[in-house]
Ligand binder design. Structure first.
Ligand code: SF4
Length: 411
């Protein structure tokens, strides 16, 4: 893999806490979180979603605890879950106490809607006695109305102050197993709030752009906010809040961390050329089929789909494996070296077969598997044929320029 490792970027040193078996903060890997969208009282349905989220790369899952049936559901879900479970609490502090009784590994409290100091302290005391961490989850959309008025609206300072107030109540009962989030749906506001918070606290921070919305806009907003902060060294755990299947949230979180080099790669990193006048195949269609074929395969390889054999193998020479189209055939290459030629219709199947082989036996074994000189000769033949047909000028720019000049001079 040719991933420049970004883990050397200075990361803000935070305290470390433990959510079930997952460490958060300090030098722990940045974790991925998501939230179930089932009724928590539906134990089997919720567990099914939790398992799917864990398989998609989620480290910690949050479930709502909004009534007694949900709390009872949590008591059954927690011991069967493959990942730590956090109960999401709004308005009713008693639901937090019930969730602790159910055995959850963490709580999320919204300081905007549980506001009585005695209620907050009762929950923090119980969490302290049970050694269970709490996230102070400030949300721009449900900010404490007093702070809203004091600051003349929703500001980064108001969100940070909301978290500080909650921290003060926690300190009064000697509770410090804390992580904090200050989410907003406005990306610059969220970035500013987290930067401010990071300056004044060393508690671990949970990053997110709240209510980011449906794909693809939600994905772009969340990525913009979360990655800006991560690359500044801010953030210990992340959640994409998308209006989509939560599996998409887990995949996005995992892919973001892998693409930034902040988590070890577990899945295929599919790269593909954008296609151009030289393409000898429908690159978009082949890349989509390859993406679907590799979706559930745990192969930590970079795999390239390239539209032409003229430039493809060279441009993707750093990939572990790739395929480039030429003369109705697919030219497979391993680390830039041609290894096999397959019919165009078998390009994706061949990628899957070679990727599985490389994963099991390594790149050297793959290169020794075949006589590469044959594949290299065939690739050279198709490359030369393509060049002879389209020349260096795939876009026919000479003819286009003559036509452009003629059009302009007529005006
Ligand atoms: S690999 Fe070939 S088809 Fe793809 S963008 Fe490059 S030149 Fe165009």
């Amino acid at each position: 893999m040719t991933n420049v490792n970004l883990t050397n970027y200075p990361r803000k040193k935070t305290r470390q806490i433990q959510v079930g078996k997952v460490l958060v903060g300090g030098d722990a890997p940045i974790s991925v979180q998501s939230m179930t969208i089932t009724k928590t009282s539906d134990v089997e349905g919720t567990l099914q979603q939790i398992y799917a989220l864990a398989a998609a790369g989620c480290d910690i899952v949050r479930c709502t605890c909004n009534d007694a049936a949900a709390a009872e559901g949590l008591a059954k879900i927690v011991p069967r879950s493959p990942v730590p479970i956090i109960a999401d609490i709004h308005h009713q502090y008693r639901m937090a106490l019930a969730a602790l009784e159910a055995g959850v590994h963490g709580l999320r409290l919204n300081p905007g809607n549980i506001r009585k100091p005695e209620h907050i302290k009762a929950v923090a005391s119980e969490a302290r006695d049970r050694n269970v961490p709490i996230r102070i989850g400030v949300n721009g959309g449900s900010l404490d109305s007093d702070l809203y008025e004091k600051h003349g609206g929703l500001t980064a300072q108001a969100m940070v102050e909301s978290a500080q107030q909650e921290l003060k109540y926690f300190e009064e009962v000697d509770f410090n197993l804390v992580k904090i989030s200050v989410k907003a749906s406005n990306v610059p506001l969220m970035v500013e709030a987290y930067r401010m918070l990071s300056e004044i606290t060393d508690f671990p921070l949970h990053l997110g752009v709240t209510e980011a919305g449906p794909l693809p806009g939600g994905l772009i907003k969340a990525t913009a906010g979360i990655s800006t902060l991560l690359l500044e060294g801010i953030g210990d755990t992340i959640r994409y809040s998308l209006t989509a299947d939560p599996i998409e949230e887990a995949r996005a979180g995992r892919q973001l961390l892998e693409s930034l080099g902040l988590r070890e790669r577990k899945n295929v990193d599919l790269i593909a050329c954008p296609s151009c006048g030289r393409a000898e195949v429908d690159v978009i269609e082949i890349a989509n089929r390859a993406q679907a074929a590799f979706a559930d395969k745990k192969l930590p390889l970079q795999i390239a789909v390239m539209g032409c054999v003229v430039n493809g193998p060279g441009e993707a020479r750093e990939a572990d494996l790739g395929i480039a189209a030429g003369n109705k055939r697919g030219h497979l290459f391993v680390k830039g070296r041609n290894v096999a030629v397959v019919p165009e219709s078998e390009m994706v199947d061949a990628l899957v077969e070679w990727a599985t082989f490389i994963h099991e036996h390594g790149t050297d074994a793959a290169l020794k598997r075949v006589d590469t000189t044959i594949a290299e000769r065939e690739a050279a033949k198709d490359r030369n044929a393509a060049l002879a047909e389209k020349g260096d000028d795939a876009n026919h720019d000479h003819e286009r320029i003559v036509e452009i000049r003629r059009t302009v001079s007529e005006k």
